[in-house]
Design a protein around this ligand. Structure first.
Ligand code: TLP
Length: 345
């Protein structure tokens, strides 16, 4: 049976070109700065994102953690969306390991936050309060259905931060999806932020790794914090080689994932009991709801899974399906036919 795995774009497998590049990678000890392949990947990432320098880390979670640790000291406050990945899904790392206090501002459905609400969340100087130090943004926004933030939305939130002496970190796990959807260069989306993390191991299909990009000084400090969390790697060129292929060969094809996501959304919208607005689907993430009278969420997920279609139940009667390199147009047709069958169509 053909398995169509739509749980996440993290399930992508390395391409043959990545395996070849990994096999041939020139390597050295990266903690001494002597791995030529890691150095090349870091230069390439910094250049693509329009920053001075970059740092290779094990995961998106580590990249966000190291970035927040670099911006904030113990007792400082980081402001982030109430649906931010950094807030919901990173095991509270910034507070567990960095003593950083988090404050949430409501995420709007388009993944942004109201600048006036950000302003209201920033603390005045008073001994009773933690110091507001950092604003964290997310582009594309995972829990807001892969919504891409435009340069204008980014700028309006960053202006509030700047005016109040806060730094800005961008969780850009899927920043290339945003850039492709908006048809602009990724550096247009990062020019107003101080640091950005992006993932090589999601839609770009590399097996492991994320990058932090920022000023040379920021990355120097981040390198120390990466060491603190045990993320200094040795002959990491083996995996960095796949990251270079990801950046050079896998960005433009994200368009195909977005088209497939749109196809899936359009097909789902025609089925009874499914709640979705296809025009809201702009990148690779498809969020949809199922009316409880039709079927309980856990049963829907389990039955689809048994039929070879894997999706994630993400809350009360809501689901997530993500398209990626391992999913072809035919897989979307197959997934839709199985959902239709399950709903009795
Ligand atoms: N997201 C994963 C899960 O953790 C939910 C997924 O399947 O989408 N920022 C954003 C916006 C993310 O979506 C993720 C991963 C991360 C950071 C963390 O990346 P990793 O998984 O590499 O630690």
């Amino acid at each position: 049976m053909r398995i169509v795995d739509l749980r996440s774009d993290t399930v992508t497998l390395p391409t043959p070109e990545m395996r070849e590049a990994m096999y041939r990678a020139e390597v050295g000890d990266d903690v001494y700065g002597e791995d030529p392949t890691v150095n090349r990947l870091e230069e390439l990432a910094a250049e693509r994102l329009g920053k001075d320098a970059a740092l290779f880390v094990c995961s998106g979670t580590m990249g966000n953690l190291v970035s927040v640790l670099t911006h904030c000291g113990r007792g400082d406050e980081a402001i982030m969306g109430d649906l931010a990945h950094t807030f919901l899904f990173e095991a509270g790392g910034v507070s567990a390991l960095g003593g950083v206090h988090t404050r949430t501002v409501r995420n709007l459905p388009d993944g942004s936050m109201d600048p006036a609400e950000i302003q209201a969340a920033i603390r005045p100087d008073n001994v009773h309060y933690p110091r507001s130090r950092l604003l964290c943004l997310e582009n594309t926004h995972n829990r807001c259905g892969g919504a891409p933030l435009s340069p204008e939305q980014t700028a309006s939130m960053c202006t509030v931060a700047r005016d109040n002496d806060l730094s800005v970190h961008l969780d850009g796990a899927r920043i290339f999806n945003a850039a492709v959807a908006l048809e602009i260069a990724p550096k247009e989306l990062t020019k107003d932020v101080d640091s950005v993390m992006f993932c090589l191991s999601k839609g770009l299909s590399a097996p492991i790794g994320s990058m932090i990009c920022g000023s040379a000084e920021f990355i120097h400090e981040a390198r120390r914090n990466r060491k603190i969390v045990g993320g200094g790697m040795r002959q990491a060129g083996i995996i960095a080689a796949a990251g270079i292929v990801a950046l050079e060969q896998m960005v433009d094809r994200l368009e195909e994932d977005h088209a497939n996501a749109h196809l899936l959304a359009t097909g789902l919208a025609e089925l009874p009991g499914i709640e979705i607005e296809p025009e809201d689907i702009r990148t690779d993430i498809v969020l949809f709801g199922l009316s409880p009278e039709v079927m309980p969420a856990d049963q829907f997920q389990q039955k689809l899974n048994e039929a070879g279609i894997k999706i994630l139940a993400i809350g009360d009667q809501s689901f997530r399906a993500v398209t990626h390199y391992g999913i072809k147009k035919e897989d979307i047709a197959l997934a839709l036919s199985k959902v239709k069958w399950l709903l009795g169509g």
